[in-house]
Design a protein around this ligand. Structure first.
Ligand code: S3P
Length: 425
């Protein structure tokens, strides 16, 4: 679908950001492994989370959609064999976490996915799970994965790269393994799995970058899902760069392992106000007041910053184009393994708008500040939801309208995106 984006008026008013995608996946998975009945409220409408939900239905869990955002899950804590393949669609989180869960079952399963997912690396989970005793067949470390359920044993796993998906796959396998399983992270990545395991009563110990889990029974408990800071990021950036914007984004998850973008904004000399801080089902959340900033300055984003804002880097590149000076992003090589090669594709498309951006093996450099120019060429989304929305935000400050090819991919995480933009117009 070709989407036309016009220069935006100032954004004003108030919106509520829909549910966090990472937490929605985990809510379905962990409630399916828990004994009892629970209600998940404010569930994500993103297609990725519905891939997870449909898979757990296939695995015999009692899942009822009370309405689009309210899901009732009833389980005795056990999964059943699915006689058809499990389709994870476009979702890396579904695939990798599910592999950890399925590795220790007393049945075999097969996970498949779409073209983009089938190109993404799975060795990162196959390796540690195999160390735990898992038997997984792949096509050269890619999907389809055939998982032969085995008895697993705990391991101590020092992760070579920071990845919440790998960490979670190992911890979820550890729930069903003999002995203790410890994961040591090089840099702290999002900790939603650990927080939810704790919330549901698992035996989990968190000591800085070291997380240990033992075989435990989870007890079902209602879960309310906070809004997604990765979705809010498009609005935060839009608010900072569309002149005279001033609005509030309600109910945004601000878990410190996810809120790197808020630190970067401060580093760039802007300010967002964090209001009404609270904790919802074990996760911190708040309302965020965003105002236009006309004197953004460049910064360096590297090391420990990266896992805390990995999904926000494409829209941060757009923000950097409006900051004075050289914004450098390094140590982000894993961006090349996302829904697209997010370094190569981002750089190619932003150049079309006249953004002065260089590609590096592990990131990019943006030289600002640039007035964005119009282009006759459509910007390509490369089947990548976050690129599509980042380009939309760039289009909001272009002099003339631009068009984006493949905008329907926003359905993966944020079907409400454009509707919410209109609400602020
Ligand atoms: C996610 C972890 C991150 C992130 C992805 C969601 C998760 O991936 O990019 O969008 O929910 O655990 P990695 O674990 O590969 O860094």
């Amino acid at each position: 679908m070709l989407k036309i984006v016009q220069r935006s008026k100032p954004l004003k008013g108030e919106i509520t950001i829909p549910a966090d995608k990472s937490i929605s996946h985990r809510a379905v998975m962990l409630s399916s492994l828990a004994r009892g009945k629970c209600i998940i409220s404010n569930f994500s409408s993103g297609a990725d989370c519905w891939s997870t939900l449909n898979i757990f239905k296939q695995l015999g869990v009692g899942i009822k959609e009370i309405d689009k955002k309210t899901i009732e899950i009833t389980s005795d804590g056990n999964l059943k064999k699915s006689f058809t393949t499990l389709d994870a669609g476009n979702s890396g989180t579904t695939t990798r976490l599910l592999a950890g869960i399925l590795a220790g079952q007393n049945f075999d399963s097969q996970i498949i996915g779409d073209n983009s997912l089938s190109k993404r690396p799975m060795k990162r989970i196959i390796e540690p799970l195999t160390q735990m005793g898992a038997k997984i067949e792949s096509v050269d470390n890619h999907l389809p994965l055939t998982i032969y359920g085995q008895k697993l044993h705990g391991i101590i796993y020092s992760m070579p790269l920071p990845s919440a998906q790998v960490k979670s796959a190992v911890l979820l396998a550890g729930l069903n393994a003999e002995g203790r399983t410890t994961v040591i992270e090089p840099t702290k990545s999002r900790n939603h799995t650990e927080l939810m395991l704790k919330y549901l009563g698992a035996d989990v110990n968190i000591n800085n970058n070291e997380i240990t889990v033992s075989g435990s029974e989870l007890i079902a408990k209602d879960i309310e899902i906070v809004g997604d800071i990765s979705s809010a990021a498009f609005f935060i950036v839009a608010g900072l760069i569309v002149p005279d914007s001033d609005f509030i984004i309600k109910n945004v998850g601000i878990n410190p392992t996810r809120s790197g973008i808020l630190d970067i904004i401060k580093r760039m000399g802007a300010n967002v106000e964090i209001l009404n801080k609270r904790v919802v089902s074990g996760e911190e959340c708040a309302d965020i007041h965003v105002q236009y900033c006309d004197n953004l300055k460049s910064c360096t984003i590297e090391g420990n910053d990266i896992p805390r804002l990995i999904d926000e880097l494409p829209v941060i590149a757009v923000l950097a184009s409006q900051a004075e000076g050289k914004t450098v992003v390094k140590n982000a090589e894993d961006l090349r393994n996302k829904e697209s090669d997010r370094i190569k594709c981002l750089v190619a498309e932003l150049k079309k708008l006249g953004i002065n951006i260089d590609e590096n093996p592990d990131g990019f450099i943006v030289h600002g500040k640039t007035k964005l120019s119009e282009t006759d060429l459509p910007l390509e989304s490369y089947h990548d939801h976050r690129l599509a929305m980042s380009f939309y935000v760039a289009g909001m400050i272009c002099e003339k309208e631009i068009c984006i090819n493949g905008f329907e991919w926003t359905e993966i995480s944020f079907p409400e995106f454009e509707q919410l933009i209109w609400e602020l117009n």
